[in-house]
Design a protein around this ligand. Structure first.
Ligand code: PLP
Length: 382
């Protein structure tokens, strides 16, 4: 058999796949509107691009330390301290190829065959696949819209087993846009301390919050040593294609992660690391403001359509409840693409049936066109 069992147990990323399908149809001449990708429609700020170019011209084109260049790691710890008051050493950070690779390296460094990792559903598409790819067992904890898509103590306890090694959390959340309040983070923190497990905290949307503020679970008492934070430049600085992110956590784990990196990708490409240093000094409020306006616009349109949803407090997605239509979410999405030429992601891609996810990280014009199509489609279905 050519393929490994591990790789056969995993499906391709549904968001990337649907996006690719929509692009293919567009190329064939169909007027498709895509609300599939979780990717800012803005260009990377010019200052960041210039920093990469300057770095290349100055000979910064060689291998670097597997953990990332020291100047960038210094910037990261400075930034994290300013935001959270937590002091990390530069040997407690590893710069990776996007937040995605941080997650993969963390899981690879932590998991033994059969170890369980709790993921809270709806959950981002790659968590389950990555856990399986390193030989772990994803344990899906179903969260309910009625409970604000937040975990409760009893639910966490119900899905815990002695094999549980860590819980993976994501706030602000993709796909729901939920931002975990302090009380929820305390429930998770107490659970982790009580069971002596780790928390992997995916905070890639931490700067995209429209209501409330971001609290990292690592700031809760005695949590820093059992939390691994994942962050990235992709969403906030419109740098998805540059592939750069980072993780922070206990030094001994970071050492193992650097080892994985040294044997896999060696380091994040060097000019990108220099560009990322610049990113911290670039004001991206104009993008944030646009996302905020679009979020309000989408809410007003969905309300007019009488659709059921929780208004997102962060990130750039709406997770819309379509259970009233009595058709599977994958069928709903397929019909929407075929009949209304609108591409969205079915909730089952996030392990939650009965929903669709739309991204509002797209131009105002696209968004208006997409919502006009959705409105017409929904009217016809009712
Ligand atoms: N985590 C979540 C929740 C995401 O939505 C994404 C991107 O879609 C990532 C991680 C990965 O980000 P990156 O592009 O930096 O690898």
């Amino acid at each position: 058999m050519l393929f490994s069992e591990k790789i056969l147990s995993v499906e391709p990323s549904i968001t990337l796949e649907l996006n690719a399908k929509a692009i293919e149809l567009s190329k064939k001449g169909y007027d498709i509107v895509k609300l599939t990708a979780g990717e800012p429609d803005f260009s990377t700020p010019t200052e960041i691009i210039e920093a990469a170019y300057e770095a290349m011209k100055n000979g910064k084109t060689k291998y670097t330390d597997s953990k990332g260049i020291i100047e960038l790691r210094e910037k990261i710890v400075e930034y994290v301290e300013k935001r959270t008051n937590l002091k990390y050493g530069t040997d407690e950070v590893v710069v990776t190829n996007g937040g995605k690779q941080s997650l993969y390296n963390i899981l690879l460094a932590m998991i033994n065959p059969g170890d369980e990792i709790m993921v809270l559903d709806p959950s981002w598409v790659s968590y389950e696949a990555q856990i399986k790819m390193v030989g772990g067992v994803p344990v899906h904890v179903p969260l309910d819209e009625e409970e604000g898509f937040l975990p409760t103590e009893s639910k966490l306890n119900r899905y815990y087993s002695p094999k549980t090694k860590a819980i993976l959390i994501n706030s602000p959340n993709n796909p729901t846009g939920v931002v975990y309040p302090k009380e929820t983070l305390e429930i998770i923190a107490n659970f982790a301390k009580d069971k002596e497990i780790f928390v992997i905290s995916d905070e890639v949307y931490e700067l995209l919050i429209y209501e409330g503020n971001h609290i990292s679970i690592a700031t809760i008492e005695d949590m820093k040593e059992r939390t691994i934070i994942v962050n990235a430049f992709s969403k906030t600085w419109a740098m998805t294609g540059w592939r750069i992110g980072y993780c922070l956590g206990p030094k001994k784990l970071m050492k193992q992660i650097a080892k994985i990196q040294s044997h896999s990708t060696s380091n994040v490409n060097t000019p990108t690391q220099y560009a990322a240093i610049k990113a911290f000094d670039v004001d991206v409020y104009y993008m944030f403001k646009k996302f905020k306006d679009r979020r309000d616009y989408v809410a007003s349109r969905l309300e007019k359509m009488n659709l059921k949803f929780l208004k997102p407090k962060g990130a750039f997605y709406y997770f819309i409840n379509i259970s009233e239509f009595g058709i599977e979410d994958s069928e709903f999405s397929k019909k929407l693409l075929d009949e209304a030429m609108l591409a969205v992601v079915p909730g089952s891609g996030f392990y939650k049936k009965g929903y669709i996810r739309i991204s509002f990280a797209t131009s105002d014009e696209n968004l208006e066109k997409a919502l006009d199509r959705l409105e017409k489609f929904v009217k016809n279905l009712r």
